[in-house]
Design a protein around this ligand. Structure first.
Ligand SMILES: Cc1cc2nc3c(=O)[nH]c(=O)nc-3n(C[C@H](O)[C@H](O)[C@H](O)COP(=O)(O)OP(=O)(O)OC[C@H]3O[C@@H](n4cnc5c(N)ncnc54)[C@H](O)[C@@H]3O)c2cc1C
Length: 390
């Protein structure tokens, strides 16, 4: 058994790796138990994650000032993380935002130093090739760099490199159980076990994404939405920004987002589209998540994505398509859950489809739960992130 850690972070995804870095850099003795990505999604039992991809949109612009604040703080630290870890993950290609009544979202960017501006459909088409749908009252905005795209796998890797450089121990394996313990001196602790053996720490942070606090037998109010994305080979990759459009006029999907073409681990350069839908199927447990990742997503959602993308990019060539399953973890208040769920168990999870870009600040906030001063943020209130138990 490895002992003597102040904090064990379970989960080395975007929030866990970020929290581990902030904890270790604050001098807290930290161990991270980070399950590796299954080599084979079809045969693997998991755990699976929301960041198993090569592109995630990054932007400050948001209708929700909390998300805008989280993003501006996180994006401001990207260069430092990349430089010190030696791992690049940020490509600032800009973001096009199409929607109804989007002035407040633009203001949430501008008010924090972001570069979002309202633009005309003609400007958008001339500069990006994106054709604005003729939906009544549809408006367009463009946010230039640092908005664009990040590589979420590389960002998690970079955070873990920095956590290790600051003294954290990283165990690349899944945890099977988390249990409160009482130590020889009567102090309370937590034991975490798995195929790697076991680890003892004073307190634990569960950053386990869609698996919520199940490991500790604690039921959180989360919805694990089983979702579908489409990756497309557009041929010689055109220069284009990330895009979010809401609403789209389609019977099956409410909105659509895309990442510009980015390089995947197999060397291909692919463009990725996804969306929100009204009634997404949900998983109740780890077996249902694994079964979804072993499959090939929802063909109806995929067809809707392809049809809508064709109308937005009339000049693009669609060489090859692949349909990829994924999972999004939603919380009741639409912000991540960051807080205590037990006297020695805290959580940082519930990305709501929006946390990749902002994970560094989410991880920093989670790390403050373990500091002597606790949560002490002048703008972001702890209640905004309070975990909700079933
Ligand atoms: C298709 C899709 C598109 C998205 N697009 C965007 C976007 O454009 N911009 C954006 O900002 N966000 C986006 N998101 C959201 C973002 O990816 C998530 O919010 C983010 O990944 C959540 O981070 P997390 O750390 O909570 O969870 P995850 O990234 O899922 O990480 C959880 C980690 O916990 C590990 N784990 C679980 N159980 C165990 C265990 N028992 N032992 C050890 N480790 C364990 C997993 O292996 C995983 O590494 C998107 C999500 C999806 C699915």
């Amino acid at each position: 058994m490895m002992t003597g850690f102040e904090v064990a972070v379970v989960g080395g995804g975007l929030m866990g790796s970020s929290a581990a870095r902030h904890l270790a850099e604050a001098g807290v003795s930290t161990v991270v138990i980070a399950a590796p990505e299954p080599d084979n999604w079809v045969a693997g039992a998991g755990p699976f994650a929301s960041h198993y991809d090569s592109g995630r949109i990054t932007r400050i612009i948001s209708a929700d000032p909390v998300w805008a604040e989280l993003a501006v703080r996180s994006i401001g630290r990207y260069d430092d993380i990349a430089q010190r870890s030696g791992i690049e993950f940020h490509d600032p290609r800009g973001l096009a935002w199409l929607g109804l009544g989007i002035e407040a979202a633009v203001q949430n960017s501008k008010g924090r130093g972001g570069s979002a501006l309202m633009v005309t459909p003609e400007w958008l088409y001339d500069n990006t090739g994106i054709k604005t749908p003729a939906t009544a009252d549809m408006q367009c905005a463009f946010e230039a760099a640092p908005a664009g795209v990040i590589n979420p796998r590389n960002l998690a890797k970079a955070q873990l490199v920095l956590a290790e450089m600051a003294g954290a121990t990283v165990i690349t394996a899944a945890a099977d159980a988390v249990q409160p313990t009482t130590r020889a001196d009567d102090s309370s602790g937590v034991g975490i076990s798995g195929a790697f053996g076991s680890v003892a720490a004073s307190r634990v942070l569960l950053a386990t994404g869609a698996y919520a606090a199940d490991l500790a037998g604690i039921d959180l109010q989360v919805r694990r939405q089983l979702r579908t994305t489409v990756r497309i080979d557009l041929g010689p990759a055109p220069e284009m920004p990330s895009l979010i459009i809401e609403p789209v006029e389609h019977p099956h999907i409410n909105d659509l987002y895309w990442n510009p073409p980015v390089r995947y681990p197999d060397g291909r350069v692919l463009f990725k589209v996804g969306c929100e839908i009204e009634h997404a199927p949900e998983a109740d447990n780890a077996d249902e998540i694994a079964a979804w990742f072993a499959g090939s997503g929802d063909p109806v959602e995929a067809d809707a994505l392809i049809e809508t993308t064709r109308s937005l990019l009339p000049d693009a060539r669609f060489d090859q398509l692949e349909i990829v399953p994924c999972v999004i973890t939603r919380t009741t208040h639409k912000h991540p859950y960051i807080g205590w769920v037990d006297d020695r168990i805290a959580v940082a999870l519930g990305g709501n489809g929006s946390s990749a870009k902002s994970c560094d600040e989410l991880g920093r906030l989670a790390s403050t739960l373990f500091s002597d001063d606790g949560w002490d943020d002048p703008i972001l209130d702890a209640a905004t992130f309070e975990p909700q138990l079933l």
